[in-house]
Every structure is written in C-alpha cells, then in structure tokens.
Design a protein around this ligand. Sequence first.
Ligand SMILES: *Cc1c(COP(=O)(O)O)cnc(C)c1O
Length: 390
Amino acid sequence: MTEKELLLIPGPTPVVDSIYDALAQETLGHTDPRFAAVYRNAIKQTKDMFKTDGEVFVIAGSGTVAMEMALVNTIAAGEKLLVISHGYFGDRFIKLGEAFGIEVDVVQAEWGKQVSLEAVQEKLSSQQFKAVTITHADTSTGVAANIEELVPIIKEHGALVILDGVCATAAMEENMSKEYGAPHAKIDIVLTGSQKAIGVPPGLAVVAFNQTALAARKQLTHVPAYYCDIENWIPIMNDPQKYFATPPVNLIYAYDEGMRLVLEEGLETRYKRHEAFGRAVRGALSVYGMKALADENAAAATLSCILYPEGMDDAAFRSTLAEKGVVVAGALAHLAGKAFRIGHMGNTTEEMLEKAIGLIGETMNELGFEVDIKAATERFNELVSVRGAV
Ligand SMILES: *Cc1c(COP(=O)(O)O)cnc(C)c1O
C-alpha cells in the first residue's frame, strides 16, 4: 500500500494499490462496451455479495444518496416510516423522511446501547408503518443493530426493512436471501457507500432492492426525485451500455476491483476477520484504560467509539497521534471531546492495527498517561488470532 498515513477513521478507509491502479486506468466512454463489461461485472459482484434476486444500483453519490434512494422509492408522502436509531446516522433518516413529507416516528436508543425490542414491538403494534430503517453499524456510537431480533419483528408487522449498511456492508453479514424466522421475512433493501468497509474511495452510492421493495416502487404513483428514481436506473443496471446519467467511470473500475477483493477473501472470512479486529482493538485499548462506548456484545465489528480516560485532551491526543501517522476521528454530538472513533474495517490489515495500538500507547505516554504498550500489543495479538470464536 502506498499510503503515508494510517487512515483509521470510520471511512474513507485505506485503499490498496490494486484499487488505486484500477482507478488510474484510462477513462473510456461511459457507453463503451469495454467499460460496460466492467460495470456489468461490478453489478453482478454486488448482487453476489448481497445474495439478492432483485436489482442493485451502483451510481455516483455518497451513502446519503443511497439512503435517499431507499426512502423515495418505497414510501410516499404522508405514509409512515419508523426509524430505529442508535446514533447520529440513524437520526439522519428522520431528516430525510421529513424532507419528503413522510410521517416519521422514532425509537431511539441511549447512545452506546441497542434499541429496546419492547419499544420497537410497541410502536409496530400501535400503527401500520410502510417501512422501518435500521442502521446496521452506527458510525457515531460503534453500536451494531440486533438485526437477528429486529428483522423478524418488523416483518411480522408487514413493513419493509431498510438496512443502512454504510459502515457495515462487506464486513458484517447482510444476506438478502436469509430468512429471519419465517419464509418471507427478509431484509428488503440494503444501502451503502463505497468508502467504508468496501475500501474504495468515496463517491459511489450502492443500493440493493429485493422483489418486495421493487414492487413497492411500482405501487408509487409519484416519486419526488429524478436522479434517485430507480425506474430511471433499472434499464442501465441491466444493460450498462444504455445511458441515463454519466456514471463515474474510473470509480466503477475501482469498485469492481474492490468487490473482487471482497469476494476473493470470502464473505465469511471477511466477517470473522472484522469481528476479530473489533474485539482486538477494543481489548488492546482497554489495557490503556480506554473503554468502548458500546457494550462488547453490541459493539460493531467495523469501528469503535472509545471513551478517553479522565483528563485526556482530545485535540492533543489526535494531533500527536496524527504526527505519528495515525489518523482517527473525533466523536460526534455530546461525545465530542470525550471520545474518539477508530475504524478497523475494509482493507485495513492486522499489521496496521497493531502498529496503531503501539502509536496510541506512545501518544498516551507522551501526554503523561503511563501505559504498557507491550501488554496492549500482546492483548491485541491474542484476541486478533481468534477467528470466529464468538
Ligand atoms: C457514513 C455513513 C452515512 C453517510 O454516508 P456519506 O457517504 O457520508 O453520505 C450513513 N450511514 C452510516 C451508517 C454511515 O456510517
């Protein structure tokens, strides 16, 4: 990898050389059959990853565009959306829904916790929702959603399940052919972006619709969007030599390579690797007296929100660490200054994370917190070597 810095923020994530090489290929015309073949393969690989028999959309945009596509193509103005939120990105669906005149209701978790299943049950029983959004891994809190429990409850009530996988896809299981308890209890839409656990530079919105979600689009008489209307994209996704709006040719090359790497590693292997990374990073940092915001059994495999020990100066910590070549992110909202966020996803390696643990230790020592780097590194190596044990 050619990076000078270890970019351990919750996306964008480190980009490997073969993806940079793909990105730097000559820009072909967007309807050139040679480019169309790459685009077609990128779409096919995305379908393979989600194991969907529906349609996937890979278009220019960030994760937020993917969120918007999921909502506008399934829920009409005046219809009801239930947002299940365990943080900042869950809450983003409230704003999005409101922007389109959708009636939004919310079940919020305390930051660091998962939502209460009883609260979700209660909301779903009280009225009929068209769809429910779940944030698979909330990037503000490092909390993973309990989708094993949530999906069956939602499907029992007949609502569409929209899963925000922006910080999870390709690192945490999102299998759209999986039945959650009953034959038709499946995740209907998964949406994501290119720059997080897929490990491609930012710029692509990726959305998968199953047949139920596609049928929901068909039933809408008006979609308050043009670029984000999936009807405009379905012909292109089925034949990328057709034109609707110019795709980001070079990013598609990069994404196709990124997806090749994901499938080559193998989904199961990749999920277990991420679990191990998450556990090992949190375990090692706890040796330094730094605790994750999320309980370990609710912690995301892809990123962690880590509370500082008493007296740590956020700006000093992150700038000293950055001088050593490790970039982590600050915390959001009321946790700003009290915690930092570290990504451990995508094509990030064990070596990078071990190095980061050492440099975080050095930073703490320099700032006057006496920590044992050797013990933390040992803890990291011990935990990271156990794959699939949980
Ligand atoms: C990053 C993120 C988003 C927003 O994605 P952008 O690419 O910044 O638009 C949405 N949801 C989650 C869970 C995220 O982590």
